[in-house]
Ligand binder design. Structure first.
Ligand SMILES: [Zn+2]
Length: 454
């Protein structure tokens, strides 16, 4: 009996000492992150020199070379490029959306073509417009009311949710599927209310998908302020005319790359912890919050480990994924390669929710992995972080079928959709300190996963 107590006591003391040691290490990781200006300078360079990094574009290719060089400078042991073929869609800027009424006058609304949408013909499209707030309403009105018109989906993101990503989830269906749904009833084009919770003159783009069986019609997003004006005008004149002109095309598919940097594991280098963000961005912005910050977070893990001389047991692999925004080819190529090489990925972490203050981690894994994370809760309490079951990330998602636990960095989402996919997503919109809290959070969790497994 006494021996059992003694063993129990020793075990308890070991845990206490280990937690003390870990909390000191984590404090030094955060201290390093919060005092470093390197990632902020790198973000500035990336945003100002290689903005509009849509996959296949020249700037995306330049950003890849820059990312490789930047990780070499940060002292990663190995840096290399991983091939992935990408689609190359291009949009001519200065789309026109002129709204005119014989009663009210006319105004130009700010619109932007949705990603991978077809353009209007060279002469543009002129038609009456009908406002629709849901797919049910569209169905109810049917072909008789819809045919020959431009459908205006004015679905507002719901303010009720605490996590704005839930509101985004509700509304994104109109952006993604609105064109094909409206085309079923022979609509000429669709205009989608921008996915944002603020009143703004800047339209927000994003990917859309056509149903291959249905006629492809042009699709644009309209700024929230112009959406409100259009809605008001329609109440006073349901015979409004819209002239819409967009010009988009696909160029041939092109060879692109994920950028990978590794800190080699000391004990079991064949086992890997993956951490990533995506290097591509939309073609109307600097891609600072989405997802330059995620790339910086992932690169910072390596930099902080090197700077603090933390020698991981397993290999820490930073991945700057290509093509998150359109077809997620980079994430798929990465998972295919880990599978074909039969690699062991202990865990994959992703940061793709902006550069605001981190709030925690969500894990797409099993119950015991969540419980393991929960045992580290006291270590993260000083930094205000929690753990929960949930989404991992778009780029790491293809690893799920290999049984890899996926972990997403949860970030304060209140203002994310002020910026996402709009021209306001620029370097100046990111606060260095908030971004670096994310770097510290990821590096700390990876330190623990490396030490104790998951
Ligand atoms: Zn993103």
């Amino acid at each position: 009996m006494k021996i059992t107590y003694l063993f129990g006591f020793i075990l308890l003391m070991n845990t206490v000492f280990a937690q003390k040691e870990d909390s000191i290490q984590i404090a030094s990781i955060y201290k390093n992150a919060l005092n470093s200006t390197i990632a902020h300078k790198n973000l500035n360079y990336l945003c100002k020199n290689y903005s509009e990094r849509l996959c296949g574009s020249e700037n995306a290719e330049k950003a890849i070379l820059w990312g490789k060089e930047a990780m070499q400078k940060l002292g990663f042991d190995t840096v290399y490029l991983q091939k992935t073929m990408v689609k190359h869609w291009v949009r001519e800027k200065n789309e026109i959306c002129n709204i005119s009424s014989t009663k009210l006058g006319q105004f130009n609304a700010n619109v932007i073509a949705l990603g991978e949408s077809v353009g209007t013909s060279g002469n543009g499209i002129e038609a009456n417009v009908i406002e629709i707030s849901s797919f049910e309403e569209l169905k109810k009105l049917g072909r008789e009311k819809i045919a020959g018109k431009i459908v205006f989906f004015n679905f507002k993101m719901n303010n009720d949710y605490f996590m704005t990503f839930h509101a985004y989830g509700d509304a994104a269906g109109y952006r993604v599927h609105g064109a094909s749904e409206a085309a079923k009833y022979d609509a000429k084009a669709v205009i989608i209310r921008s996915l944002s919770l603020i009143s703004s003159k800047n339209p927000h783009t994003g990917i859309m998908r056509y149903d291959e069986e249905i006629n492809k019609i042009p699709a644009v997003a309209i700024s929230t302020i112009d959406a409100d004006s259009l809605s008001t005008w329609l109440k006073n004149d349901n015979n409004l005319q819209i002239y819409l002109k967009t010009n988009t095309k696909f160029l041939p598919e092109t060879l692109s790359y994920n950028v990978i940097g590794e800190i080699r594991g000391e004990k079991t280098p064949e086992k890997i912890i993956t951490v990533g963000g995506h290097l591509d961005s939309w073609d109307n912005c600097e891609g600072a919050h989405d997802d330059g910050v995620g790339c910086m977070h992932a690169m910072e893990v390596g930099r902080i480990f090197k700077d603090l001389n933390i020698k991981p047991s397993n290999t820490i692999r930073t991945v700057l994924f290509m093509d998150e925004e359109t077809n997620q080819r980079g994430g798929k190529s990465y998972a295919e390669e880990t599978k074909s090489k039969n690699e062991t990925i202990i865990a994959a972490l992703e940061s793709d929710a902006g550069g605001f203050t981190p709030q925690g981690f969500s894990i797409d894994g099993n119950e015991s992995q969540l419980q393991k994370l929960q045992t580290w809760k006291p270590l993260f309490e000083p930094y205000g972080l929690f753990f929960k079951k949930g989404w991992g990330g778009v780029d790491i998602h293809p690893l799920k079928e290999q049984g890899v636990p996926l972990i997403g960095l949860i970030i304060d989402s209140q203002r994310y959709f002020d910026y996402q996919h709009s021209s306001t997503d620029v370097f100046e919109a990111v606060n260095r300190r908030q971004m670096q809290l994310g770097s510290g959070s990821l590096a700390s969790l990876i330190y623990l996963i490396d030490k104790y497994g998951l």
